[in-house]
Design a protein around this ligand. Structure first.
Ligand code: NAP
Length: 295
């Protein structure tokens, strides 16, 4: 039986409807309109598209967005100065510095500058460190991992005890997803470029999260029948039948794997829209946490 297709667009839209209601409720109580500052440095075309979609999504749910577009020639000091100003700005609840920064800039140093209370991307080492510690809670969970967990929560009633395999160990996706799965009491295997017999390891997964950035790497015969497959990858492959000359595919060979898996996310239309909804959710959370009613 073909897999259930997990419609990230539909689920993300349901989340955004709830966020819009929450924003309306908060502002009715007297909370200032939640604000998200986006900081974009340089000319990376994909980053411009991502930032625009974040600003549009903010507008749709009633979050105020403050856009800062800086030239590639911006110095590290100037960027950090802007982050400092945004840290002090009471209208800004969340600060999102779009990655990657132009080469030569120290991303880690910039991210460290963001006040943890405004770290809606969840990449501050304090937030990630708390995620890794038992009994501690981060203020914000990174958006893509949070989106992955939201989709899993909608699909599997209980993650406790399931065998989960995470492909990739990046700071922004693989590692936080693995930590979240551990928190949900799954038994987690993390794979990376040095893993031996990757297909064999993947075949043991009841839940598979792929975040490697390799087009259609996971094949149908790697997947355990009935497994839940969350494909985070976004890869361009040449396609001359498309006006742009390419199409987007995930890290999973969708057509093959959907014949074996129990459930699978498509690319596009799976994890991507969830990431954006989680960013909105984190921004509203930041606004709620910073709001001190007068009496
Ligand atoms: P990344 O920083 O490049 O990390 C890739 C990870 O995959 C690394 O841990 C790497 O291992 C591992 N890897 C690479 N080749 C491998 C192979 N042949 N076998 C096994 N493991 C391999 O990438 P990322 O930032 O995590 O992003 C991963 C993918 O997710 C990309 O396609 C990206 O575009 C996409 N993404 C999507 C969203 C979304 O919202 N949908 C958000 C973020 C990222 P090593 O650690 O050993 O190098």
């Amino acid at each position: 039986m073909p897999a259930e297709i997990l419609d990230g667009n539909a689920i993300a839209n349901q989340v955004r409807t709830r966020i819009r209601e929450e924003v309306a409720g908060l502002t009715a109580m007297g909370c200032p309109v939640p604000g998200l500052a986006t900081v974009l440095v340089g000319d990376n075309p994909a980053s411009h598209v991502y930032v625009k979609s974040k600003q549009k999504a903010c507008q749709e749910v009633g979050i105020q967005s403050f856009g800062y577009t800086l030239p590639a020639s911006t110095s590290q000091g100037e960027l950090e100065q802007l982050v400092e100003e945004l840290n002090q700005n009471p209208l800004v609840n969340g600060i999102l510095v779009q990655l990657p920064l132009p080469s030569g800039m120290d991303e880690e140093q910039v991210l460290n500058r963001i006040r943890i209370e405004k770290d809606v991307d969840g990449f501050h080492p304090l937030n990630l460190g708390r995620l890794a510690q038992k009994g501690r809670d981060p203020l914000f969970i990174p958006c893509t991992p949070a989106g992955v967990m939201y989709l899993l929560d909608k699909t599997i009633p209980k993650l406790e005890g399931v065998n989960a395999v995470v492909l990739g160990r990046s700071n922004i996706v693989g590692m936080p997803v693995a930590l979240l799965l551990v928190r949900a009491n799954a038994t987690v295997t993390i794979c990376h470029s040095r893993t031996q017999d990757l297909p064999g390891v993947v075949r043991r997964a009841d839940v598979l999260v792929a975040a490697v950035g390799k087009a259609e790497m996971v094949r149908g015969d790697w997947v355990k029948p009935g497994a839940v497959v969350i494909d985070v990858g976004v890869n361009r492959v040449e396609d001359n039948t498309r006006p742009r000359g390419y199409r987007l595919v995930g890290d999973v060979a969708f057509d093959e794997v959907k014949e074996v898996a129990g459930a699978i996310t498509p690319v596009p239309g799976g994890v991507g829209p969830m990431t954006l909804s989680m960013l909105l959710m984190n921004t509203v959370r930041a606004a709620r946490l910073s709001y001190k009613p007068k009496n």
